[in-house]
Design a protein around this ligand. Structure first.
Ligand SMILES: C[S@@+](CC[C@H](N)C(=O)[O-])C[C@H]1O[C@@H](n2cnc3c(N)ncnc32)[C@H](O)[C@@H]1O
Length: 250
């Protein structure tokens, strides 16, 4: 396991950073949207004690955690000695399942997050595995060189970011993915009108996750950089349209 803790892009040599045991000052600072909207979910010391439960994450996702994780794992088939980037930590077993899946093909998982508390948490969850590295970075301003990764994964990150940050995170994921590789996005989407959860989720998300409503009303296509062609994108909806998966072929 390796970790990098901020600094300048030039300091990343070898490409995935050097060994440290903590994430000291010098890395990116916590953005305002995270401090103001999500402090209770990701930054408060008690947040991890409350939310770090697979059953709770599964409940929040209406029983779909395994299925949605499976959408990402399916995209890891046929890799060998690959490098996979996970942009932002996720509560529950997501990272461990992904790292275990990659271990079978001698592939590496590289997890980025802007909150050191979350990186320390994922480090514990991945203990016993040695095919991962942790990076204290901002998804919208990655310090990796271009075309470094075979797969880049954004699992329920984009709905938490304001529009300008969301666009940059997608563009950065594409930039650091090699030609022939893929960017895999799994996130919220506006449910079909016939889906009763539309009327349950609307007030919940509007109150707790205000940026998520963008993904209800705006197609992901509108957040892609202009150089991405429609033919590079495949898109599927799940669970009555409440969730979406987008795969961008780079
Ligand atoms: C992936 S999202 C939420 C995933 C899912 N809702 C869950 O159960 O955890 C949460 C993570 O995104 C991280 N995050 C938010 N903005 C970020 C950014 N600009 N760069 C890197 N990480 C970011 C937060 O620190 C947090 O750990």
């Amino acid at each position: 396991m390796t970790e990098d803790s901020g600094g300048t892009a030039e300091s990343i040599d070898p490409p995935f950073g050097g060994m440290t045991t903590s994430f000291p000052a010098g890395g990116p600072s916590i953005p305002a949207y995270l401090q103001e909207t999500y402090w209770w979910a990701y930054l408060h010391p008690k947040a991890i004690r409350v939310f770090e439960r697979e059953w709770l994450v599964n409940l929040i996702l209406w029983g779909n955690m395994r299925r949605l994780t499976g959408l990402v794992l399916d995209q890891m088939a046929h890799l060998t000695s690959a490098n996979v980037l996970q942009l932002a930590c996720v509560y529950g077993d997501f990272s461990r399942r992904l790292a275990c899946c990659l271990e079978a093909t001698k592939s590496q998982l590289h997890v980025v997050d802007i909150a050191p508390i979350q990186l320390n948490n994922v480090r514990q969850k991945l203990s016993g595995l040695d095919n991962f590295s942790l990076h204290h970075q901002d998804s919208s301003e990655l310090r990796f060189r271009s075309q470094l990764f075979d797969r880049s994964v954004l699992f329920f990150l984009l709905h938490e970011q304001p529009e300008d940050v969301r666009k940059k995170s997608i563009a950065e994921a594409i930039r650091v993915t090699r030609p022939g590789g893929t960017v895999i996005i799994v996130d919220y989407h506006g449910p079909h009108r016939s889906n009763p959860l539309r009327y349950v989720m609307y007030p919940i998300l509007k109150r707790l996750e205000p940026f998520a409503m963008d993904l209800w009303h705006t197609s992901l296509v509108d957040y892609l950089p202009p150089y991405v062609k429609r033919s590079q994108l495949s898109h599927r909806l799940f669970f009555g349209g409440l969730y979406q998966q987008a795969i961008i072929r780079v």
